[in-house]
Ligand binder design. Structure first.
Ligand SMILES: Cc1cc2nc3c(=O)[nH]c(=O)nc-3n(C[C@H](O)[C@H](O)[C@H](O)COP(=O)(O)OP(=O)(O)OC[C@H]3O[C@@H](n4cnc5c(N)ncnc54)[C@H](O)[C@@H]3O)c2cc1C
Length: 247
């Protein structure tokens, strides 16, 4: 199985588990898992196509997959509980686009929250999602857990910031619901199906890693930048909503 997956994706994407490298993939911030749980392969895809290929193969072979972000979750959602292929999004860290005219930023799912915040700030924009794990958690994990964070009362949950997502179904099908516009009444709101899933385990057709997502950002037109939690810009009446794609 390892040889087949390596042949499909390449040796740098598929890594054989050993006593050392499984340790950080079997525990999150609060849950200490079992390194001997039976991880079949560690995979580190670099793009959506590779995520799709892994999912397609595992689905055909009826192998469980375990998506992982920054492993800062507090409830073991990313911790394997049985034999599986780990799909770590940590190499998908590209900030693909910041569109200051449209007010959007496009990033891959493995981009760390703090990097999104910084990229927005560098463009005089504001990405409001913030929590203590900001230096390690990934946007994909934030969406999967529908994270709230310390600005939730003012800006809402992670799902409230998302304008679109790209996700991969268990059979490898890529769902392109990556939109950057706020007005979108063309059918069902597919993006929300992939947010807040926070699955404990991903078996067969249940797996659906988020591959890209569009998040709403905030800024202000009053000359000052919004500062998280300080309320200094609360009185600004010309706030604009921005968006970001993130994997
Ligand atoms: C210090 C600290 C403070 C925190 N404060 C808050 C808080 O204020 N509010 C709050 O809501 N949460 C808080 N959290 C928890 C927070 O929800 C997570 O830290 C974060 O959202 C998880 O991101 P992660 O990349 O680490 O995901 P992981 O822990 O790696 O994974 C979490 C879940 O998401 C899934 N997942 C990860 N990436 C993807 C992907 N690309 N596609 C599909 N599924 C994926 C995993 O399978 C797992 O089920 C805090 C955590 C820490 C450590």
């Amino acid at each position: 199985m390892l040889a087949e997956l390596s042949a499909l994706l390449g040796g740098d994407i598929v890594v054989a588990p050993d006593a050392q490298n499984v340790v950080r993939h079997t525990r999150d911030y609060c849950v200490e898992g079992n390194p001997g749980v039976g991880i079949l392969a560690l995979t580190y895809p670099r793009n959506t196509g590779q995520v799709s290929a892994i999912l397609r193969y595992c689905n055909q072979q009826r192998i469980a997959v375990q998506p992982q972000g920054g492993m800062t979750g507090l409830s073991g959602g990313g911790v394997p509980t049985g034999p599986c292929v780990v799909v770590s999004l940590e190499r998908m860290r590209a900030i693909k686009e910041i569109d200051t005219a449209a007010g959007t930023i496009t990033v891959e799912a493995g981009v760390v929250m703090q990097a999104v915040q910084q990229a927005a700030e560098d463009a005089d924009l504001f990405f409001p999602l913030d929590l203590g794990g900001r230096g390690s958690c990934q946007i994909g994990g934030n969406l999967s857990t529908n994270a709230g964070g310390n600005r939730v009362l003012r800006f809402g949950m992670a799902r409230d910031l998302v304008l679109g997502v790209e996700a991969v179904l268990a059979d490898g099908t890529v769902i392109d619901a990556l939109r950057k516009v706020i007005k979108n009444n063309s059918g069902y709101d597919v993006r929300q199906l992939f947010i807040g899933r926070h699955p404990r385990h991903h078996h067969g057709r249940g797996a659906a890693p988020v591959s890209q997502t569009a998040q709403r950002l905030h800024g202000d037109l009053c000359g000052g930048r919004l500062r998280g939690g300080t309320g200094v810009a609360v009185t600004c009446t010309h706030r604009v909503c921005l968006a970001a794609d993130s994997l």
